[in-house]
Unconditional design. Sequence first.
Length: 132
Amino acid sequence: DTPEGINGKLISYALQLQPHLSNNFTMILNEFSKYIQSKNEDITSGKATGTKILCDWIKIVINKNPKNHVDKIVHKEIMLAENKSGDFLIVGKSESGRTLVNALYNYALRYEHYIMSKWLENKKPDDFNSKN
């Protein structure tokens, strides 16, 4: 599977979980998918998880002035809370916001699992032995 092919499958899966999502939500999933695809190395190196990348993306979108339809919807529908320790909470402001958060969260998890399974494909057990 190509990244574009798996991206389409993951978005389709997220939409199957939330069949009443609108075209706006599909656009938002597409925007997030572009962002998370640029973070593959962070996922495989253990620097970030899919949900941490989702949090970072939402933070970027929320902390800028909305310039397009996706930004405006994320501003309207999602709230992000973070404490001093870096723990975060993503909350939908309405029923549609909760649906959007759920779709984004599921997409982030499935994408992370896909990337890690691709990374593990060519690994052997000896690759994980510590070199003392």
